[in-house]
Ligand binder design. Sequence first.
Ligand code: ADP
Ligand code: MG
Length: 479
Amino acid sequence: MHENKWEMVIGLEVHVQLATQSKIFSGAPVKFGEPPNSQACAVDLGLPGVLPVLNEEAVKMAILFGLAIGAKINTHSIFDRKNYFYPDLPKGYQISQFEYPIVGTGSLTIDLENGDSKTIGITRAHLEEDAGKSIHDAYPGMTAIDLNRTGTPLLEIVSDPDLRSPEEASAYFRKLASLVSYLKICDGDMSQGSMRCDANVSIRESGSNKLGQRTEIKNVNSFRFIEKAISYEVNRQITIVESGHLIKQETLLYDSEIDETRPMRSKEYSNDYRYFPDPDLLPLKLSEELINSIKNKLPELPEFRQERFIQEYGLTIYDASWLVEDPELADFFEATTESSNNAKLTANWVMGELIAALNREELKVSESRISPEELAELILRITDGTLSSKLAKTAFEKMWEEEKPVDDIIEIYGLEQVSDDDEIKAIIKEVLESNPKQVEQFRQGKEKVLGFFVGKIMQATNGKANPQQVNTLLRILIK
Ligand code: ADP
Ligand code: MG
């Protein structure tokens, strides 16, 4: 394949499930994991004689998002009916916004692995309601319908076709996920479908500025799979074009088990949906006053927090960007540093042991078995020399398992490092005396045997001798 002959062009449509208490046009609850068909009311189902009422909270969340991406908030927007037939859409139409969305053009800056950043245009973001769910694997030969999700508020965020690689697409998706959790407008739980992404993909000859025919991969709901799905799709398109065929505009599904995209349906065009303004809903008019009051509620956004972490704590760009991605993790880091007084070491422990332990048990930061204060105490025991970094890891494991403070763990397991010169000297002497052959080898210039001795000494102290002291004293005593 001619790697540089083709350029890929990607635009993402991300659906964010807004964390409201109730549905976008009704008072029915928005809750995950409830018994099927227990969470949708007559309005959600569009039964005759009911009327939708717009959820103010969903509107405020959309405005907050728009302000965070520096977008124009449209003070006049319209809800339309998007008409299509599907068993999980009993009304026969979805209420969405088409020509006049609530959020206009904005942008989002992403950080790339090589340290560069890139600004991605956002075309628009609009409010809409979710449909129900068709379940194909519950009953053999039948499809079940669960309408609990019907009417759940969604914010659909549409990017410009500015992304140029699978890595950029996944960085953009991650950045959006991070932003909506900072704004607290979405719980960010991908496994529950809180964020869903459709990827539009095309290729064109490098240097061309015309857009190629695109395909759309539906519902890729993980950062990793989005990269794999796009890579697969780009290669598929290159193969088709290079063999002299044309790309068909179609909607595809990505199957992560076999790492392949396959056709779902030929693409509908927007005029197939017969959009028209919903006669049951008035145009949405927003006052400047409301918009300004929401502006005042903007939290510290990840970019600013990252910059502050670099300035205030002396962290590297890499560490800072890693820590700020999840606001809860960033809070954890800051709370720990406040008591540990050692930002760099705290960053290492948070990004290393803590994340590893959380991931092992698939826990959220808020479910950590070790609190920021407890982690800070552990770090203080390293900086005051009580624990070697190796024993500190053991202490961390025990603290995690037993949920006890570090000083108790040190006491119970005798983890205190031996830093007493005389005690260490006595052990070194013993080890040297029982290995005269190796001592002779050292004296003849074989430096490498030092490692052998360090090993023996650590073994004799159950790993508790202070490694720096062992090294210094060993060099003196072996001469
Ligand atoms: P639709 O509403 O039919 O899905 P849009 O024009 O709103 O189509 O575009 C949807 C998404 O597709 C946007 O994110 C846009 O950036 C992206 N897109 C449009 N054309 C292309 C293309 N040729 N290649 C890649 N992405 C594209
Ligand atoms: Mg689309």
